[in-house]
Design a binder for this molecule. Structure first.
Ligand SMILES: [Zn+2]
Length: 256
């Protein structure tokens, strides 16, 4: 038996048998963890509000060799987002963030960078960052940490920075997801360039995405607004990994 104690975010719970709850949570050093909270369904006294979605907690659990599920021993609230989630847009964003973490975090695999990203984005959103910007920031960084986002700094074919171009149509570019490459409009041969694996990115969207990749989420308000192509890029890049659209996506106003 191995006892563990980590800061964690509760990603979700579901009933297990008559009395128990199966809890999944995100940790820094143990990745995604699933553990059984005994009697938590029957009596809310033991864990109380600590199992509300996306509560930041100090979780203690016991792992037993040969068993998939740990046993949750205690869960102490560090930060509750219950109040923040009373606002509907934030409620939906938190549900989305939870699904992203559930899909992209791996069980029992430490990923401190994703944990820090997740923590910073939730705090920024609860602190007033527009929900659209928070979602795009989470999307872009999740993709980058997973190695699913092409380098957006210059055209991978000719080396030109599309944002530095001048003249009509300057700055437009294409991200080719099957090649994992950014292409300037010349190299992409823009006529008919958009397709299943190719996403056309407007100059403003490219600039905002780059800015977002250099700053913390609290400064990422530049990621709100139309930013043509950016949501398509994230959706398609994620879809290549998840193979199905995210459930919670339909509640978010994309492109707003
Ligand atoms: Zn080029």
């Amino acid at each position: 038996m191995l006892r563990r104690c980590e800061e964690a975010y509760v990603l979700g719970t579901r009933p297990l048998g008559e009395a128990d709850l199966l809890v999944s949570f995100l940790t820094s050093e143990a990745g995604k963890v699933r553990a059984v909270a005994r009697s938590a369904k029957k009596s809310r006294r033991r864990f109380g509000a600590a199992l509300e979605p996306l509560t930041r907690v100090r979780a203690s659990w016991t792992e037993t060799e040969g068993r998939d599920l740990g046993r949750l021993d205690s869960c102490d609230i560090l930060t509750s987002y219950v109040e923040a989630q009373r606002e509907l847009p934030l409620f939906y964003f938190f549900a989305y963030a939870s699904e992203v973490a559930d899909l992209f975090a791996r069980e029992q695999e430490p990923d401190p960078r994703f944990f820090r990203l997740f923590a910073a984005v939730l705090d920024a959103a609860a602190g007033g960052l527009p929900v659209t910007a928070a979602r795009r920031y989470l999307d872009l960084w999740t993709l980058r940490l997973q190695g699913l986002l092409p380098d957006l700094s210059s055209c991978s074919s000719c080396g030109v920075d599309p944002a530095a171009e001048r003249g009509a149509g300057a700055g437009e570019c294409v991200v080719d997801l099957s090649e994992g490459a950014l292409l300037c409009r010349e190299c992409a041969g823009l006529a008919g360039a958009a397709g299943v694996e190719r996403v056309r990115l407007a100059p403003g969207a490219l600039r905002a995405a780059r800015f977002g990749m250099r700053r913390g989420p609290a400064e990422a308000a530049v990621l709100s607004g139309p930013l043509e192509g950016l949501d398509s890029l994230s959706r398609r890049a994620m879809l290549r990994f998840t193979e199905r659209p995210l459930r919670t996506l339909r509640f978010l106003a994309e492109g707003a």
